[in-house]
Design a protein around this ligand. Structure first.
Ligand SMILES: CC(C)(COP(=O)(O)OP(=O)(O)OC[C@H]1O[C@@H](n2cnc3c(N)ncnc32)[C@H](O)[C@@H]1OP(=O)(O)O)[C@@H](O)C(=O)NCCC(=O)NCCS
Length: 236
């Protein structure tokens, strides 16, 4: 086998394994709902009470499935070691194992954010999922955005607030190279609505990043500063 065919074989294995794992996780998460529907079909009810019951069951069943999905997904990535490698520069095209671990980790996060994110973002349950999935979050952290990836490279101190649609992740792909670095946000840092925080960014305590701003990679934001713009400049 040439290096390229080894890479293709690794890619194929990664694709098959992530679909397999997602199938198991989703099946386990849906199992209580399927069992409930089956059990409910055995009750001797007339049509209208049956339809009313099925309608009323929708929200609790969805919430239960979504919580189960978060739990099983985080446990699976932990057990399988699917994490974003820290501080690397790796070509995507070689399909090395660290790149494939990263890819599978992001796919699991993507599935959870599609099915559970809309209901649970900006809640303590979402923080609990992120922590179990590798993030280091302090107390009273509010993550009101589903555009946070590479959870294991995110460190948010107490009181951090992430505004809706803000993008924070520990990776960037530049000219075919995957680059990664941790993002560390200090106590009470606010990332404004729709802003982008690059890899390797660090902030001191009480920093505010204005709405629709871009913090370039590896920027250090000084404690107490208010930063706005594309790229950010210190306002005061
Ligand atoms: C950046 C921010 C904190 C500044 O608030 P502030 O210190 O009270 O400053 P002001 O509103 O008085 O604005 C000061 C100047 O900055 C400008 N400015 C404010 N926000 C800006 C932004 N996001 N981008 C560019 N310029 C901005 C104002 O136009 C003003 O300019 P001027 O002096 O030329 O008139 C605030 O505007 C902001 O964007 N907050 C984020 C809110 C958010 O997204 N919250 C998330 C959910 S809670």
């Amino acid at each position: 086998m040439t290096a390229t065919s080894h890479g293709r074989a690794r890619f194929l294995w990664a694709a098959v394994s992530v679909v397999f794992v997602e199938t198991i996780i989703t099946g386990l998460a849906l199992a209580p709902a399927v069992l409930f529907i089956h059990w409910q079909s055995t009750w001797s009810l007339s049509t209208w009470p049956r339809l009313a019951l099925a309608s009323l069951a929708f929200v609790p069943v969805y919430l239960m499935c979504a919580c189960s999905l978060m739990l099983y997904s985080a446990l699976a990535t932990k057990a399988l070691g699917w994490r974003t490698p820290a501080n690397v520069e790796l070509p995507l095209s070689e399909y090395s194992w660290p790149v494939l671990h990263w890819g599978r980790y992001l796919m699991t996060i993507h599935v959870v954010r599609i099915f559970a994110g809309p209901a649970f973002r900006s809640t303590t349950i979402w923080n609990w999922y992120m922590r179990l999935n590798g993030a280091r979050l302090g107390r009273n952290v509010w993550v009101n955005s589903l555009s946070l990836m590479d959870h294991n490279l995110l460190e948010f101190a107490d009181g951090v607030v992430i505004g809706s649609d803000a993008h924070v992740s520990g990776h960037v792909v530049e000219r075919g190279i995957l680059r990664t670095a941790s993002v560390r946000l200090g106590r009470n840092t606010l990332v404004g609505i729709g802003s982008v925080v690059g890899i390797g960014v660090q902030s001191g305590a009480d920093v505010q990043v204005g709405a629709l701003s871009v913090v370039p990679k590896f920027t250090t934001l000084e404690a107490g500063g208010v930063y706005v713009g594309v790229p950010v400049v210190r306002l005061h």
